[in-house]
Design a protein around this ligand. Structure first.
Ligand SMILES: [Zn+2]
Length: 277
């Protein structure tokens, strides 16, 4: 999950119920807002060299990176998964003001550290003994005979069982997703008599799913890691866009009709946004 504090921007839409839940988690009070899409947007364009510093956050000394960004309109503060605080400096901003901005938001950073600590640990590298999320449950990666590993009911061959197994396991999960997700869309679409043109299973970094005007439903392969009710919610959400190509009240009424327990699924999505990395 990416978290960003921004300097006050009164016209900024507070929360975006974006297609496929690219949304939100924002932080009210102190006029701070988490704004995931800004971050994605800035990543894609050129930035000037960064200025490194450090910041005291409670008892922690946190590396602070300050990066000029010509297209940024305001200061943005983000806590990266590696524990570095990063401030984006807008076009006419300064290092000095960036540092002050970070200092003013130390309490917010502290809160983000607490949230990170409360989240289940997801190691970057996966190896024998790692717990990974599969169909909504934490399963342990274990060795099996003859260069094979297993997790849950899955078994797969790997070149070197002691290496980082993440690429091999992710490839396997993607293959499962590519088989299962389109089949599930077919079932749910048939049940609710909704038409779509095709399903593509993708590796999006910031979305669980989306639906194009032409009726293509794109789903994130990581849905194979989510509980079935979350997978179904995302699919039904996208299918509901075949009836309402927006996030209007009528759209959400349709979602509630198709998937009555969708608030619980959204809650899960919010808490597990960190999977999308
Ligand atoms: Zn949507």
């Amino acid at each position: 999950m990416q978290r960003v504090a921004t300097s006050p921007a009164p016209n900024l839409e507070a929360s975006i119920r974006c297609c496929g839940i690219k949304l939100k988690r924002f932080h009210s009070g102190n006029k701070l807002q988490t704004f995931v899409m800004f971050d994605q947007f800035f990543k894609s364009s050129k930035t000037k060299p960064a200025m490194a510093d450090a910041l005291q956050v409670g008892t922690r000394t946190v590396p602070l990176l300050m990066v000029h960004h010509p297209r940024a309109r305001r200061y943005l503060l983000r806590l990266r998964p590696d524990g570095t605080a990063r401030v984006t400096i807008p076009r006419h901003g300064s290092i000095h003001a960036a540092r002050e901005f970070a200092e003013r938001n130390v309490a917010w950073l502290e809160q983000q550290f607490q949230r990170l600590a409360a989240q289940p640990k997801m190691q970057h590298g996966w190896m024998v003994g790692s717990e990974i999320l599969f169909r909504g449950e934490s399963v342990r990666v274990e060795t099996d005979t003859d260069k094979h590993i297993r997790f849950g009911p899955e078994r797969l061959k790997v070149a070197i069982p002691s290496a980082d197994l993440r690429p091999a396991i992710q490839k396997h999960l993607r293959q499962l997703a590519a088989k299962e997700l389109p089949a599930r869309v077919r079932e749910l679409a048939a049940t609710h008599e909704i038409h779509y043109s095709r399903v593509s299973v993708r590796n999006q970094k910031s979305r669980w799913g989306s639906c194009s005007r032409r009726g293509t439903i794109s789903l994130n392969w990581r849905l194979i890691q989510a509980p079935g009710m979350v997978r179904d919610y995302i699919i039904l959400h996208e299918l509901a866009h075949r009836r309402h190509m927006n996030h209007s009240d009528r759209f959400w009424r349709e979602v509630a009709r198709l998937c009555p327990n969708y608030p619980a699924a959204e809650q899960w999505v919010k808490q597990n946004g960190g999977l999308l990395r």
